[in-house]
Design a protein around this ligand. Structure first.
Ligand SMILES: [Zn+2]
Length: 248
């Protein structure tokens, strides 16, 4: 990879429905961006307190305590990854789309001025909160671009939107259009995952997924010839066309 491909760091904004989503699905991208000096902000719309905290509920904990636990876990994971994190505390199961929440996201865009946006894909038959987060993230991006939208800060440019890989990609119309090599920061991603013991069952799952995507990234090089490799990757889809002067 050439240095010029690494160059456009830019601020990165990650919009996550729940407390753990950004870690499993985009932790590598976040750590890579932070490592090259980009400011990364995670906007966590809810704590995943009802839908993605089964272990805490089974242990008899109550809502307020679970939210505090998930907030602390997500904050620790973001710190390990090198990102700032903000919480909207909008509630999950359901995460409700509202003008107020979209406005909060618009204000975040205007403040962060991201050059890259990461969020969920628009389909997930297993979890309606994820597409709800994506719809709000996309609508807010468009509103933030409008000079007439009443929110502080300059209108947003046109940052590309990448959808991170959902838990069941085949069911979410997800195709791995972009394979991001996260080998050099995988250790950081794993450490961030381990900040979330509420979802310990995910640590190995997402380590194995990174290994499989790493094999795909290498194409016909070592791994597919049975040679040892340590390549780890994350998969993404692009929503908008890539703008370029050179096809590659
Ligand atoms: Zn989630």
């Amino acid at each position: 990879m050439s240095a010029s491909e690494d160059a456009p760091a830019g601020p990165v904004l990650v919009i996550s429905a729940h407390a753990g989503d950004f870690v499993w699905r985009a932790g590598g991208a976040i750590a890579l961006a932070a490592a090259r000096g980009a400011a990364v902000t995670v906007l966590c719309l809810s704590y995943g307190e009802r839908g993605e905290s089964a272990r805490a509920w089974r242990e008899g904990k109550q809502l307020a305590e679970i939210k505090a636990i998930r907030r602390a876990e997500a904050s620790a994971a973001a710190e390990v990854l090198g990102a700032a994190i903000e919480f909207a505390d909008a509630g999950d199961y359901p995460l409700r789309e509202s003008d107020a929440l979209i406005d909060l996201i618009v204000r975040c865009y205007r403040r962060v001025q991201p050059e890259v946006v990461l969020t969920h894909p628009l389909a997930d038959p297993y979890n309606g909160d994820h597409p709800a987060a994506a719809r709000m993230a996309l609508n807010a991006r468009v509103y933030a671009q409008a000079a007439g939208y009443d929110a502080p800060g300059e209108p947003l440019g046109a940052p590309p939107v990448y959808f991170f890989e959902p838990h069941q990609p085949e069911m979410c119309d997800f195709k791995p259009q972009v394979l991001l090599d996260i080998t050099e920061v995988f250790r950081v991603k794993r450490a961030a995952m381990e900040c979330l013991p509420a979802q310990q069952h995910m640590w190995d799952y997402y380590t194995e997924l990174a290994r499989r995507r790493g094999v795909q990234l290498q194409r016909n090089a070592g791994p597919n010839l049975g040679l040892p490799h340590d390549t780890m990757a994350e998969a993404y889809m692009r929503l908008y066309p890539q703008v370029t002067r050179m096809l590659r």
